[in-house]
Design a protein around this ligand. Structure first.
Ligand code: SAH
Length: 409
């Protein structure tokens, strides 16, 4: 069988696929079958822990023994993932008798179907056959994947780009851009960014991400909108909704995660009120990532079993404060404060006044995950003075608790 294969996209939803073998090959093959909705039956005397977890979660059925030909009754496809050539040949024979296509991990020449090298980019699936050379297939696949990831738009036509044709007025994605390092955006966030027609970006969004946008993308810098904070948010909502109603795909790009002190919820509600469909793409929040890159894990075994993320924007004694600082002071775990520099002296004093030990370790990290990152380490009673002395400025994360010294040797 040296002829070129005939490519097909199998729509396996609800159809029985038998996988013979429970080792590493089967472990790698099963997820894509499950992703296609196949009714997977695994036949193997033993399983890897990863496959066992899939079975325990009820995602597939496992027959705990060697293969017998009747296992193929009712199947549409069989994948042979064992090394024993005789056993594999007997699966092939049973499959041929039943006119079921048979993929052979051990012997491609004996197979009646080949699996391609695959990459997925949103709704697009690229499958590559290497003319008998799987490594060539993977090389081509990797090149295509890089091309797609580099922001080559597949099409600006929303239908071709996989956006449902029945959406009349464009759509919006609220995308978390991550804490600062442009590589800390998610794969999905980056893909949507490459597909955007309008990008509305915050001040804290990594500049490099915007640098890479195509010239025809309209970039709105939300930090340059005049008016006060309340009016500005209204104006941002209006810009997002207007562009979407004009039929465009708007990416609202926000620092960190859109819903962590990011006003993403208000933007979602504004879109919903206007009937504009919205997708939310979570991001890596600075609350966890910035301490991490500065050497502070927000939890650590036997040190902290909780972490609490708080906004320090409103002073502790302000009537507008929604934070029970006295209750936070009583906690033993990690406290992460965003937007906390301005009120740091009052916050630290309040925590100590309500019982948090004055010697509790504190780290303050400015512009974490970027080339400009600066960190100071201190204690609760001294941190405000130390921040002033070091001239640390926003954006900065304050992390309080014994985790601050957990990784210092
Ligand atoms: N949605 C964002 C937070 C927005 S509030 C997120 O999930 O990360 C803005 C605050 O986040 C800043 O005042 C600062 O406290 C923190 N912050 C964001 N990026 C930061 C960074 N790179 N380094 C330090 N702090 C950062």
């Amino acid at each position: 069988m040296s002829e070129a294969p005939y490519p097909l996209g199998l729509r396996l939803s609800g159809l029985r696929v038998v996988v013979v073998g429970g080792g590493t090959v089967a472990t790698r093959r099963v997820p894509a079958l499950l992703n296609a909705g196949a009714d997977v039956l695994l036949v193997a005397p033993a399983l890897t822990p990863a496959l066992r977890a899939q079975v325990d979660a009820g995602r597939l059925r496992w027959v705990e023994r060697r293969f017998t030909p009747a296992d193929l009754d009712g199947a549409w496809l069989v994948q042979v993932a064992i090394d024993d050539p005789l056993a594999a040949a007997s699966v092939s024979a049973a499959a041929a008798q039943r006119r079921i296509f048979c993929v052979r991990a051990d012997d491609r020449d004996a197979a009646t179907a080949w699996t391609p090298a695959v990459t997925r980019h949103g709704p697009v699936t690229v499958a590559v056959f290497g003319g008998g050379d799987p490594r060539r297939a993977m090389t081509v696949r990797d090149a295509v994947r890089d091309l797609l990831a580099a922001g080559q738009p597949l099409s600006t036509d929303p239908v071709a780009a996989g956006i449902p044709a029945n959406v009349p007025g464009g759509r919006v994605a609220l995308v978390g851009a991550g804490p600062g390092d442009s590589e800390l955006i998610t794969v999905k966030g980056l893909r949507l960014l490459t597909e955007a027609e309008v990008v509305v970006a915050d001040r804290l969004v990594p500049g490099l991400l915007l640098d890479e946008l195509r010239a025809d993308v309209e970039l709105v810098d939300a930090s340059k909108i005049p008016y006060g904070p309340a009016r500005t948010q209204e104006e941002i909502n209006r810009i997002i909704v207007d562009r979407a109603l004009a039929g465009r795909f708007v990416v609202r790009l926000k620092g960190g995660d859109p819903y962590v002190f990011g006003r993403g919820g208000e933007e979602l509600l504004a879109c919903a009120a206007a009937g504009v469909p919205v997708t939310v793409v979570p991001g890596v929040t600075s609350a966890v990532a910035v301490p991490a890159v500065a050497g502070v894990p927000v939890t650590h075994r036997a040190v902290a079993h909780e972490f609490t993320v708080v906004s320090g924007h409103v002073a502790p004694n302000s009537p507008a404060s929604l934070v029970r600082w006295d209750a936070l002071a009583a906690l033993r775990g990690t406290l992460v404060i965003l937007m906390g520099l301005k009120n740091l002296a009052a916050i630290a004093a309040t925590l100590v006044a309500h019982g948090r030990p004055a010697r509790t370790p504190v780290a303050v990290v400015q512009e974490g995950t970027t080339g400009a990152q600066r960190t100071i380490r201190s204690t609760l009673d001294a941190v405000a003075a130390d921040v002033t002395a070091a001239d640390l400025r926003p954006p900065a994360v304050v992390v309080i608790g014994d985790v601050v010294t957990a990784l210092t040797l």
